[in-house]
Write a protein that binds this ligand. Structure first.
Ligand code: UDP
Length: 322
């Protein structure tokens, strides 16, 4: 049985479904602060639990035969991590140490973890491979880097088997639009653009048009959430034969303006757009070298056309359930 911590969240819920579809037995634990109960597939067992609640964590492992953990549970707002770092160090770092403690107490030594390209900080070159220096520029990125380092220490001392997946920009929704992206507040580009198009928001503000990129707007690597889900299953299956970090991105860069143009083509509507100053801490371009994911996990992203990714997000926006 796989324990999915944070399985009611965006990437977690898609991974839970993918695991179930591939024959795994799944138990989801989530504190439902940001997660959605409706997002959890009915075939999974659900437990309301928080990373900081040691007793609940202990009971999870005592009462269920857990073979491996996939750990998504984290606070993930970069701006908030700057204004409220304690919340991030407490939940993300101490929470993970708590989880590892419960795991080791019950001799569970396998973990796949949500890390991030934010651990690299300002890119020194692109595409970014896993050897790129890690110098995160905000507390959120630092919490994820600290956890990667804790894993290496626990591997040496306790034989922990770990894979940290460093996501680039997660995007899109399940192909059948029954589960999808729903953050409050929403800060991510694609849902904001689609909500501006559908009239739920006044407009989209493009943060910076004077970057050193072909159209002046920032370039990111948008990776479909179902491709992320697939990589998590493959990573679980590789635990024990490989320990370390793996980038998850398509390797393709798309600019903010290209996202808006693609969303307009898909929806057939204009996106009300306003040009705004740069957002602090945004590098001009970020995209992945995904060679390691292909070689180690045997992973290949199915979605490599940004239009196909945005189409799934638009279908969800029109049929949103939560
Ligand atoms: N962005 C933007 N307007 C918004 C939100 C995001 O122009 O309202 C830009 C942001 O500057 C970045 C890209 O869109 O270049 C993706 O931002 P997002 O917050 O989705 O993800 P991040 O790359 O920060 O993880």
């Amino acid at each position: 049985m796989i324990l999915v911590m944070g399985g009611a969240g965006y990437i977690g819920s898609h991974t839970v479904r993918h695991l179930l579809d591939n024959g795994y037995e799944v138990i989801v634990a989530d504190n439902l602060i940001y997660g959605h109960r409706e997002a959890v597939d009915k075939r999974a067992k659900f437990v309301h639990a928080d990373l900081l609640d040691s007793l609940s964590l202990n009971n999870l492992f005592k009462n269920n035969k857990i073979d491996a953990v996939i750990h998504f549970a984290a606070f993930a707002y970069v701006g908030e991590s700057v204004s409220e770092p304690e919340k991030y160090y407490y939940n993300n770092v101490i929470g993970t140490v708590n989880l590892l403690h419960a795991m080791l107490t019950h001799s569970v030594k396998k973990i796949v973890f949500s890390s991030t390209c934010a651990t690299y900080g300002e890119p020194q070159y692109t595409p970014i491979d896993e050897k790129h220096q890690q110098f995160p520029i905000n507390p959120y990125g630092r919490t994820k880097l600290m956890i990667e380092q804790i894993f290496a220490d626990y591997e040496r001392a306790y034989g922990l088997e770990h894979i940290a997946l460093r996501y680039f920009n997660a995007a899109g929704c399940s192909a059948d639009s029954t589960i999808g992206e729903s953050h409050t507040p929403e800060t991510h580009l694609i849902p904001l653009v689609l909500q501006a198009i559908s009239g739920q928001r006044k407009d989209i503000k493009v943060f910076g048009t004077d970057y050193d990129t072909p159209d002046g707007t920032c370039i990111r690597d948008y990776i479909h959430v179902e491709d992320l889900a697939l990589a998590h299953r493959l990573a679980v299956e590789k635990l024990g034969t490989y320990n370390g970090c793996i980038n998850l991105g398509t390797g393709i860069g798309t600019s903010v303006k290209e996202i808006i143009t693609a969303a307009e083509a898909i929806s057939g509507k204009k996106c009300p757009t306003e040009y705004a100053p740069r957002r602090a801490g945004d590098p001009a371009r970020l995209f992945a070298d995904n060679t390691k994911a292909k070689e180690i996990l045997g992973w290949q992203p199915k979605y490599t056309d940004i239009k196909d990714i945005i189409q799934t997000a638009w279908d969800w926006e029109l049929n949103r359930r939560y």
